[in-house]
Design a protein around this ligand. Structure first.
Ligand code: CA
Length: 513
């Protein structure tokens, strides 16, 4: 039988009072923390000046999910601004906040407290071009943070491959997880995190943070998973590879390949860890192919011994390497057309001069693609000089690297195609013959950048003629996100793409009209 506790009304009012006080404190504090930085409100100014930024962020992160949500919304608005190119810069406060949130989440990933990344379905994107219709299914997540580039504003860089009926995802900050193909029909699903000994093998903490170093690609060969990464050896960097036997509960990585050479962070030369390359693809049962960027150390690409600015073949059994081609800048796309024994690579130019390069692997000669002697791009300093009313070509970078336009006239191989302005070209992947029922060579190529009208933030469907001498057509699918990686799933008969602006997975299907 229900009996009324005599104390009940008293307790109730006390509780109510406590709730009211808490609410008021919450309201004021929230106001201070999430206030407009230019707020002239006296109370806000007084209180804010007496709280350290660290404490503010801590409170923000732990106590005020609403403030966090607001900041993320602001970040999203900023991202949209970037799309429209109204603003190029990052909001400093958002960057700091993201760093703190991501550190907190990273701790939880490592401890196992978070063991999955939730994805939810977004609206499909549809495109029509001449003979083709394209459909891109998109899955977003809010739990990937450590962008490896300012443009990866809400997401992170990540790389995809397949293992049996699973998509394996390796993020730039070293979170490895998998999605079952069967879950892709659902509106929401989880990518299950695979724990590993990564932090014992890659000691550079920056790899796991918002930075310009990190994991650079994933490749699965049989039951082995290979990861390439920015390797920091006493402030001297190269791109190295580690491997592990696949075990979906735990990956025990060990070192697989480490170049003999590295680029010093502090030297008389430029240094930029974004120019890392790092793309891997399978060659045959005993070898993989691997791109190594120049890290802006310009003497390397034309030095026949130095691994920087090269494409290499690496033996899977003994890790011995051989240079296949030289004169590369930052190749982030690599595809082997087995039937034609043709290696197709893409690479970033400086300002302009992004390239598609072809290397027929029919002899042992080392092909030279020209960087930094020949390029259809220009140095960054050219514009600065011109703005000061000087001759752009007088800036000192041209003395080190003349960037002749012709490749052929200087003994180098011409690119099959180049983009000026640059699109920020990334991965390249050929469609299987029956995917598009074509006699030509159909490729999908990703782009980064921030100017949608120049072909950035898009998927490029490029048709190359049968004999590989020219590009017949280019359909640019405007995705409005940076496209970091592309692979093809035979099981799903779809292309898988990773979109890093927001941290989304895309599934692309194409139909002939
Ligand atoms: Ca070139």
């Amino acid at each position: 039988m229900f009996t009324m506790d005599k104390k009940f009304p008293y307790i109730k009012s006390k509780k109510l009072l406590a709730i009211c006080i808490l609410f008021i404190v919450y309201f004021i504090a929230n106001k201070i923390i999430s206030a407009d930085p230019d707020s002239k409100n006296k109370l806000v100014v007084l209180l804010r000046n007496n709280i350290s930024p660290e404490l503010r962020y801590k409170i923000k992160q732990n106590v005020f999910p609403l403030a966090r949500q607001k900041a993320l919304l602001e970040a999203e608005r900023a991202a949209n601004k970037i799309y429209a190119r109204e603003s190029v810069g990052f909001n400093k406060e958002i960057t700091e906040l993201r760093k703190l949130i991501s550190k907190d989440i990273l701790k939880k990933y490592r401890s196992g407290e978070i063991n999955k990344i939730p994805f939810y379905k977004e609206e499909n994107m549809n495109f029509n071009f001449h003979n083709y219709t394209y459909e891109l299914e998109i899955f977003d997540t809010n739990l990937l943070f450590n962008g490896k580039h300012d443009g990866a504003i809400l997401g992170t860089s990540a790389y995809l491959d397949e293992y049996l009926n699973k998509i394996i995802i390796a993020t730039g900050d070293g979170i490895i997880s998998y999605i079952n193909h069967s879950d892709l029909d659902k509106k929401e699903f989880n990518s299950k995190i695979i724990r590993s000994n990564l932090t014992e093998i890659i000691l550079d903490e920056e790899v796991y943070e918002q930075s310009s170093v990190g994991i650079k690609d994933i490749l699965i060969i049989n039951d082995d998973i290979y990861l390439s990464y920015s390797n920091n050896v006493n402030e001297c960097y190269n791109t190295s590879i580690i491997k592990a036997k696949i075990n979906l509960d735990y990956l025990e990585f060990k070192k697989f390949f480490e170049p003999t050479y590295c680029a010093k962070k502090y030297s008389d030369y430029f240094f930029n860890p974004h120019s890392s390359g790092g793309k891997m693809t399978l060659y045959d049962k005993n070898n993989l192919l691997f791109t190594h960027g120049d890290y802006y150390y310009w003497p390397a690409p034309q030095d026949p011994k130095n691994h920087l600015g090269k494409i290499l073949m690496i033996n899977l059994n003994n890790s011995e390497s051989r240079i296949l081609s030289m004169g590369h800048r930052n190749p982030q796309g690599l595809f082997l057309d087995k039937k034609n024994n043709l290696l197709i690579s893409t690479e970033h130019g400086p300002v302009g001069g992004d390239e598609i390069n072809l290397n027929y692997l029919d002899d042992d000669s080392v092909k030279n693609f020209g960087w930094p002697i020949s390029s259809y791009g220009e140095h960054h300093c050219k514009k600065r000089f011109e703005m000061d009313g000087k001759n752009g070509l007088d800036c000192s970078d041209y003395k080190l690297a003349p960037l002749n336009k012709s490749h052929k006239d200087f003994g180098f191989i011409e690119p099959l195609k180049y983009w000026s302005p640059s699109i920020g070209v990334t991965e390249i992947y050929k469609a299987p013959i029956d995917f598009l029922e074509t006699k030509n060579n159909e490729f999908f190529i990703g782009s980064l950048g921030n100017n949608i009208n120049e072909g950035d933030l898009s998927l490029h469907h490029i048709t190359i003629n049968k004999s590989y001498d020219k590009v017949i057509s280019e359909n640019t699918l405007k995705i409005y996100q940076r496209i970091r990686d592309i692979t093809y799933s035979e099981n799903l008969n779809k292309f898988l793409v990773f979109l890093e602006t927001k941290g989304s997975i895309g599934l692309l299907s194409v139909k002939k009209k």
